[in-house]
Write a protein that binds this ligand. Structure first.
Ligand code: ZN
Length: 201
């Protein structure tokens, strides 16, 4: 019983520090993300309550959910959205299979727990990492370095790479590509899911 209580306290601390870590100043980002969390509003089990009754089922569910997703960057400003666009190199209209985010030597996080399916480098994507989260695969491109190895497991919020300007790129940014069952989809699907989980308490 005591162990359970200690674990719950530790989890609560994790959540609190995570919330603080995610706190950033408001930006022009189209995603209202990483909103300043009022720590005082986060339910904290006080010691007397713990002695009588451990964290309620709802609270622990909230902790698990909170820890189960992460945005890929601390600050997400879109440089170029998903969909048809004029190719910056050829000038021709072409499908952009991901979202480009503004980045400057930034840490890139795993959005959920999953597996690193590929780390590599090519002329187009530069240094890249591909993570699998269930039916979804997420690729991060134009990186300067990758901090995980093919075959390793990642947790949501784990730093997997550092952004860069490698490959066919007109300037430093993070290209985020998402496939569902092998087909490119708009990464907003996942980002929206993350937003919803974060907003649920
Ligand atoms: Zn791109």
């Amino acid at each position: 019983m005591k162990n359970v209580i200690v674990l719950i306290i530790l989890l609560s601390i994790c959540v609190l520090s995570h919330a603080q870590f995610n706190t950033v100043t408001p930006s022009s980002s189209i995603y209202k993300i990483r909103e300043k969390k009022d720590i005082s509003k986060i339910e904290q089990p006080d010691s007397t309550a713990i002695n009588r009754e451990p964290l309620s089922e709802n609270s622990s569910k909230w902790i698990q959910q909170y820890l189960s997703v992460s945005y890929p960057l601390d600050r997400m400003v879109v440089n170029s959205p998903y969909g048809m666009r004029r190719d910056p190199f050829t000038g021709k209209r072409k499908q952009h299979n991901g979202i480009d985010f503004h980045a400057r030597n930034d840490e890139v996080y795993a959005m959920m727990q999953g597996d690193v399916v590929k780390v590599g480098q090519d002329k187009q994507s530069g240094i890249f990492a591909i993570l699998r989260h269930g039916n979804y695969t997420v690729s991060y491109c134009h990186l300067s370095s990758v901090l995980v190895k093919t075959g390793s497991k990642v947790k949501a919020g784990e730093v997997v790479a550092i952004t860069g300007n490698s490959g066919k790129s007109t300037g430093e940014h993070l290209h985020l590509g998402v496939k569902c069952d092998g087909k490119y989809v708009n990464p907003n699907i996942l980002l929206q899911y993350i937003k919803e989980v974060r907003e649920e308490e």
